[in-house]
Design a protein around this ligand. Structure first.
Ligand SMILES: [Fe+2]
Ligand SMILES: [Fe+2]
Length: 271
């Protein structure tokens, strides 16, 4: 069993500030970190799929660093549209995989599943992009290990969600990504964030999905003239569980104190 935890869209603000003057994103992440550390078995690794902080500021990354510090497993970061590559690199200098310049793309090779991070950031724009250079890197990286399962992770999901407010800020290059993924059947999943909701679809012969936020969620709204906004539905993270000879199984885990668990008491019927 190899367990990959995914958290996304934490939108950390500076000390004393709430997101949208309402959401305590730092308290939400602290609760999420506590819940992940309490899992038994512990996840082997944690992926944070962008919108790590809200405005790419140094004081936000410093706070993020302190909030992630208690995690008991290795942590890997990729940028979302609210992030700044330089700020991430400056705040996490020991995260060598972030590199020193250019896109933040890398493969984590030390587990039984390769974890391949993509950078969809266009600085200061809400939408995402996979340009020819980023896509060629992915194609080469997947081609290097055709026999080993891989999870590709990125911030912007490469599919239309039918939530018009978010689809406006979609991912350019998604069709080309689909063609590449279809060429490499070892890709178990393409997992993302940005949508602050759990969503999945068929994609290039595999499954593409998004993970909820530990803080606020995006309002479920299919109408173009409906409310484009956020909603305080249950926060969550995801666990992607791989086992030899089986495909990846994903669990969405809501945060909060819930009654239970209560054991089912099955008693043999009296004769
Ligand atoms: Fe976000
Ligand atoms: Fe985003």
């Amino acid at each position: 069993m190899f367990i990959v935890a995914q958290i996304t869209d934490m939108h950390i603000k500076p000390e004393g500030k709430l997101a949208y003057d309402r959401v305590d994103t730092a308290a939400a992440l602290a609760e999420c970190v506590k819940a992940i550390n309490a899992l038994d078995p512990l996840p082997d690794v944690l992926l944070a799929t962008g919108d790590l902080v809200d405005a790419g500021r140094a004081d936000e990354y410093a706070r993020l660093r302190a909030l992630l510090a208690p995690l008991k497993m290795p942590v890997y970061l990729i940028p979302g549209n609210h992030d700044e590559r330089a700020g991430m690199r400056a705040a996490f200098p020991e995260h060598r995989y972030l590199g020193t310049e250019g896109f933040i793309q890398y493969a984590v090779e030390d587990g039984p599943v390769r974890l391949i991070g993509l950078d969809t950031l266009i600085p200061r724009e809400p939408g995402g992009l996979l340009c020819a250079e980023r896509l060629a890197w992915l194609d080469r990286t997947l081609a290097a290990e055709p026999g080993k399962p891989a999870i590709v992770f990125l911030h912007h999901p490469p599919f239309r969600t039918h939530i018009p407010g978010m689809d406006r800020f979609g991912l350019e290059g998604a069709e080309a990504l689909k063609t590449i993924v279809a060429r490499h059947p070892q890709v178990e999943r393409v997992i993302g964030g940005h949508l602050h909701r759990p969503i999945e679809t068929r994609f290039g012969g595999t499954i593409a999905s998004t993970c909820p936020s530990p803080a606020h969620q995006i309002n479920l709204e299919f109408k173009p003239d409906g409310v484009f906004g956020y909603i305080l539905e249950p926060a969550a993270f995801q666990l992607h569980v791989w086992s030899e000879g089986e495909s990846v199984v994903t669990h969405t885990v809501p945060l909060g104190d819930w009654p239970g668990p209560y054991a089912f008491n099955f008693r043999p019927k009296a004769a």
